[in-house]
Design a binder for this molecule. Structure first.
Ligand SMILES: NC(=O)c1ccc[n+]([C@@H]2O[C@H](COP(=O)([O-])OP(=O)(O)OC[C@H]3O[C@@H](n4cnc5c(N)ncnc54)[C@H](OP(=O)(O)O)[C@@H]3O)[C@@H](O)[C@H]2O)c1
Length: 259
């Protein structure tokens, strides 16, 4: 499958801060047209002032009607899309294994159903592209059970499964799929964490890894490689060892988990 082509038409969700904001700036600098989406109008307008290649389209990814309006805007302004980067996301942790179904629903609605709603409205816009690509930001948390990450990890595991399956079903239509697995990245999302975040990287470094991976047409992007590789190994260890290590994390950090 082709990598990201010059002057692509890109829709990036979650562009208001963190990884999305950094990636939006790098993509615009590289000459792409970037439709930027988040709920906050103010953050989008501030970003839009930094490049004429941005088209601001505020929307909540849990609102299919608002997303249909974004799709109409994209059709009118760009005539379609070459790449959709599904980055909008949230993170909330459970406490002491107490299952709060409202919390789980919020996380699943944004991270998983939000992604599904976006793909639903974006697919017709990709139909005429010669380099169509769907990109989802999953997480290293999708690879292994981590304390307190029941909702977040499940939402990202769902994203990964969904996208990997979609890759199979869209291959004949020439639509490529990339799944991104970040480790800890310094953003407003992780700034609220009160536990150690080993090997945390900047949003700019994470965005550069995503950008380079897309140019190369990679189906999977893991960054930082060592940390994500370790979590991936953890998830593949035999049950007994994996559980022992997981329990150690609970005891050591009194409830810390992955962001
Ligand atoms: N930071 C990390 O360590 C890390 C690690 C692994 C994976 N990730 C993933 O990377 C992605 C970006 O996270 P980040 O760390 O850059 O967080 P962030 O700085 O909080 O950015 C999240 C973005 O998503 C938007 N957003 C949240 N809920 C939304 C909704 N319902 N509808 C539309 N937009 C929404 C936010 O803007 P508004 O609030 O204005 O809507 C913001 O622009 C997320 O999917 C996250 O799970 C992050």
């Amino acid at each position: 499958m082709k990598g990201l082509q010059p002057y692509s038409r890109i829709w990036l969700t979650g562009a208001g801060s963190g990884i999305g904001e950094a990636l939006a700036l790098q993509l615009a600098k590289a000459g792409h047209s970037v439709v930027i989406t988040a709920r906050s109008e103010a953050s989008l307008q501030a970003l839009a002032r930094q490049s004429e290649r941005f088209i601001a389209a505020a929307a909540d990814v849990t609102d299919p009607q608002a997303l249909s309006e974004v799709a109409t805007l994209i059709q009118a302004r760009l005539g379609g899309l070459d790449c959709v980067i599904l980055n909008a996301g949230t993170c909330e942790y459970l406490n002491d294994g107490r299952v709060d179904s409202a919390l789980v629903r919020r996380v699943m609605e944004t991270n998983f159903m939000g992604l599904v709603h976006c793909i639903d409205v974006a697919q017709p816009l990709l139909a005429n592209s010669h380099s169509a690509r769907l990109v989802a930001i999953s997480s290293a948390a999708a690879y292994a059970p981590l304390p307190r990450a029941e909702a977040y990890g499940a939402s990202k595991a769902a994203v990964s499964y969904f996208m990997e399956t979609l890759r199979l079903d869209l291959a004949q239509q020439g639509v490529a799929v990339t799944v991104v697995y970040p480790g800890f990245v310094k953003t407003p999302l992780t700034d609220r964490n009160d536990f150690p975040m080993p090997m945390r990287v900047t949003a700019e470094a994470m965005a550069a890894a995503i950008h380079q991976g897309l140019v190369k047409g990679k189906p999977e992007i893991r960054y930082p490689k060592l940390f994500v590789g370790l979590v991936r190994c953890l998830g593949r260890l035999p049950f007994f060892i994996r559980t022992r290590l997981g329990l150690k994390m609970v005891r050591q950090k009194d409830g810390a988990s992955h962001g």
